[in-house]
Design a protein around this ligand. Structure first.
Ligand code: WTA
Length: 650
């Protein structure tokens, strides 16, 4: 890093937007139309009248039948755009396929092996129609759920959009999870159809996805058919009567398909995410409000215009990909990149070559990726011409100021503001975020988006200034999740019980003297490994499911690149002896049960775990040990000697 930037860091300088950005931004245009002088005034007006703001945005989308009320807020339940008839796909595809965007590129896809495909809005619409018709022939109707387990190939958005078009609910499972996770999610959502692929490559290595799925389909009674995309050309076994090739069932399908007129509040998808217990939470999003929220944020935060080339380098299996690769860019009618492979394959120049080749203008990634590239060094981005970039984004975890500055300097050439967007699977859209017109402080997510009332609370629900506390949201927003699938009580308990009528995010943060937010991380037992949410309980239950394991405790160990790494402490049942082999088998077991991202980096055998007198594992003590911090007050421990045992094990 240059001396100059280093000193900027110490000065805590504020980065001001250029006049070019100030003049040309979408938000400035919107303010001009409404005669609003500046962003502070917009925040004030929208804060006082959220319905005004969201009604304006919703009017840019097409409704089969207009809504007659913007919001009904009966905490903790919100309904948006009441009695409106709407379908997100009508807006994302139908209107473009018939309009002036027809021949514009919707997706530029690049495979790990550098194969590329360009798909226009019309072509995407046609593929979606054909697959939607195929689903209908297989008996899928409005309200049915379909489970999708696909890597980053064009068939993934096609499958999601086809479900939404006919009113079915999709449940996408990240292809990096092991098939067991797919099994659990199929069973929870009671899907009739599952979709996967024969295989795909990861860093040049073949992952035989269909073969993995075969190992679980005898334990998923709801599944009638498995649809298989022929992507890798593997010679696989197809089970008669159950398995169907994607290309065969779509071959003779009609190229048009009616779009189901949904109620604004009808479910669009379920996306499972980690919570504090072992069972993942099925976060439910709906057609109307979700569409309006993600459309507005992509338009104003990332300032996208028709000629932009947008690259959200996330996986579609997570909320970032659902909102900002699949739905929002299509709603805006712009071109996006979908990249199948890993960012540093075959070398750390891959992403930057793609930015140059496709003239990407706005690029969005996670801090863990930025830190990884920081480690490889600036020579890699230096080999490509990145001058097409005009805005950058960050999401998934706090970005440390060093990484922010590096990203700003070596990727953005000190020319691109960085939108550090805070949000969650549950929120569906960005909630606390800069806009391109904001003054930026490296490491801060700046301020709540218009209409969003965010705050930091102490234990008693008092607002805190410049002190760390619970990050809460005090008002509803259109793309908020509506419930947890089949678990309405958990929706209330996990998010709406600690403070009355206020959404508890599970994060801790601070608001500074300028009203800027600084998010510090999770306060619960959820780990953030390379921007992926993993619950300690899920990893622990995988560990104790292994024969010979009595108990396990899992905590996050801070890591300079990934944010956190997983550290596990395992107590064996009597008669079992610790060994390197057992350690490796246990790590492998977690990998198979959950997925490679959940594999513990550190695994230690201990005789005992520190526990309270009531028998609860004191993770706080283990965490302190792992971080090399003082363990604090341990007088409530039933077995203080276990603390020394941790020391010996590490
Ligand atoms: C974390 C990802 C700091 C946070 C969109 C949140 C962030 C969790 C940021 C949600 C950010 C996300 N700064 N932390 N800009 N963005 N987080 O559900 O802890 O996969 O609660 O959604 O990621 O993760 P999720």
């Amino acid at each position: 890093m240059s001396k100059e930037l280093e000193s900027l860091l110490k000065e805590e300088r504020v980065f001001k937007p250029s006049s070019r950005i100030l003049e040309n931004s979408n938000v400035k245009r919107m303010m001009d139309v409404h005669n609003i002088e500046n962003y502070e005034k917009l925040l004030e007006k929208a804060g006082n009248n959220p319905e005004w703001f969201w009604d304006n945005v919703a009017n840019e989308l097409k409704w089969f039948n207009p809504y007659n009320k913007v919001l009904k807020w009966d905490p903790p339940y919100a309904e948006w755009f009441l009695n409106g008839k709407f379908n997100i796909v009508h807006n994302a595809l139908d209107r473009h396929a018939k309009g002036k965007n027809k021949d514009n590129i919707a997706y530029i896809w690049e495979g790990e092996d550098e194969e590329t495909k360009k798909i226009t809005f019309y072509e995407l619409w046609r593929e979606v129609n054909k697959f939607a018709n195929a689903l209908k022939e297989l008996g899928i109707k409005k309200g049915d759920t379909v489970s999708i387990y696909l890597p980053m190939i064009p068939e993934l958005p096609v499958a999601m959009l086809a479900c939404a078009k006919i009113g079915a609910v999709h449940s996408v499972v990240f292809s990096g999870f092991w098939a067991k996770a797919f099994q659990e999610r199929i069973n929870d959502s009671e899907s009739k159809i599952a979709i996967t692929t024969d295989g795909f490559t990861r860093r040049g290595k073949m992952i035989p996805l269909k073969e993995n799925v075969d190992t679980i389909l005898d334990k998923t009674p709801s599944i009638k058919n498995l649809i298989v995309v022929n992507h890798a050309g593997l010679d696989i076994e197809m089970q008669e009567g159950r398995d169907l090739w994607w290309h065969e069932i779509t071959a003779n399908m009609e190229e048009t398909c009616d779009t189901e007129e949904m109620d604004s509040e009808d479910p669009l998808f379920i996306l499972y995410t980690s919570g504090t217990t072992g069972k993942p939470k099925g976060v439910v999003h709906v057609h109307g409000g979700y569409a309006v929220g993600i459309y507005a944020t992509l338009k104003f935060v990332f300032d996208l215009k028709e000629d932009d080339i947008w690259w959200c380098a996330a996986d579609i299996g997570w909320i970032t990909g659902h909102s900002y690769i699949v739905y929002a860019p299509l709603l805006l009618g712009i071109t996006s990149i979908i990249y199948e492979g890993t960012p540093d394959y075959p070398d750390p120049g891959r992403l930057w070559r793609m930015v140059e080749n496709y003239k990407v203008t706005v690029f969005y990634t996670a801090p863990t990726t930025v830190r990884m590239f920081m480690k490889f060094g600036e020579k890699w981005p230096g080999k490509s011409d990145l001058s097409s970039l005009r805005l950058l984004g960050s999401v998934g975890e706090p970005i440390n100021p060093e990484a922010w500055i590096w990203y700003y300097k070596y990727i953005g050439n000190e020319n691109c503001p960085i939108m550090d967007t805070w949000w969650q699977t549950e929120t569906g859209m960005h909630l606390i975020t800069p806009l391109p017109i904001s003054d930026l402080k490296p490491g801060s997510t700046v301020k709540p988006f218009p209409t969003i009332q965010a705050d930091i609370y102490d234990e008693d629900g008092n607002s805190l200034k410049n002190k760390g506390g619970h990050l809460v949201i005090k008002s509803p927003w259109p793309s908020m999740f509506r419930t947890l699938y089949k678990d309405p009580q958990r929706y209330i308990d996990a998010y709406w019980s600690k403070f009355k009528d206020v959404y508890l995010s599970g994060d801790v943060g601070r608001i500074d003297e300028d009203g800027y937010f600084w998010i510090q991380g999770r306060e619960d037992d959820v780990l953030n490994v390379a921007g992926h949410r993993i619950s300690t309980a899920e990893v622990e239950s995988a560990l104790v499911s292994y024969k010979g394991v009595a108990e396990a405790a899992v905590v996050g160990k801070p890591d300079p690149i990934k944010g956190e790494e997983i550290a596990a402490f395992v107590v064996l049942k009597e008669g079992n002896r610790p060994s390197e082999d057992l350690k490796n088998s246990l790590k492998y077991h977690v990998r198979v049960e959950i997925g490679p991202i959940a594999t513990p980096t550190y695994l230690n055998f201990v005789d005992d775990l520190p526990k309270t007198r009531s028998g609860k594992i004191m993770r706080r003590v283990i965490k302190a040990k792992v971080k090399g911090e003082d363990v604090g007050d341990i007088t409530t421990l039933a077995n203080p000697e276990a603390v020394d045992g941790l020391d010996r094990a590490m």
